[in-house]
Design a binder for this molecule. Sequence first.
Ligand SMILES: CC(C)(COP(=O)(O)OP(=O)(O)OC[C@H]1O[C@@H](n2cnc3c(N)ncnc32)[C@H](O)[C@@H]1OP(=O)(O)O)[C@@H](O)C(=O)NCCC(=O)NCCS
Length: 160
Amino acid sequence: MKANTGEAIRLRRDLKAPTKRPNWPKAVVVRTLQPADATSIHALLNLGAAEYGGEATGFDDWWASLSTNPEFDPALCFLAVDEDQKILGVAQCWTSAYLKDLAVHPEARRRGVGENLLWHVFQVFRQRGASHVDLKVVADNLTARRLYDRVGMVAVAFDG
Ligand SMILES: CC(C)(COP(=O)(O)OP(=O)(O)OC[C@H]1O[C@@H](n2cnc3c(N)ncnc32)[C@H](O)[C@@H]1OP(=O)(O)O)[C@@H](O)C(=O)NCCC(=O)NCCS
């Protein structure tokens, strides 16, 4: 696990500016969360969190907190899956156009899965009429920050 400074940055993608259409790697498709996916998603998010100093959660607490959150909608939890239905990546968003969690399995990285999940998220929220999508990233998560920079996210004030 990498230590992190703990400093968080809020980033925003303005959806009035053009976005790209997803261009998924071969044999990768996107779908939304089904109840049977919950344990795999939880494991993937814990794996991702461990890399930048986030806290691991127990499954029951995580699922209870997620599924009872008034901003939770399984139709806004996007999964990139391969032809065997293996989950390669997840982007879980709140209804307020906030990307709560993004993680790609270590074996599926550097193929554009993360970037395409973001383009997909922007497309969906634009269709829902959102003006922007926000997220939070820890300052020293440079891999994620390069990715967010690439898709046009910029820092905003926390109350912005
Ligand atoms: C951050 C994260 C989601 C990125 O996922 P990813 O699927 O690897 O992202 P991408 O493939 O779109 O881009 C990653 C890199 O691969 C490169 N890449 C993309 N497609 C590629 C391809 N076909 N061939 C070679 N390289 C490629 C990108 O240019 C980028 O390079 P860089 O890191 O040098 O800038 C992933 O590293 C992760 O899950 N990290 C742990 C959890 C985390 O940090 N989440 C974010 C919290 S805010």
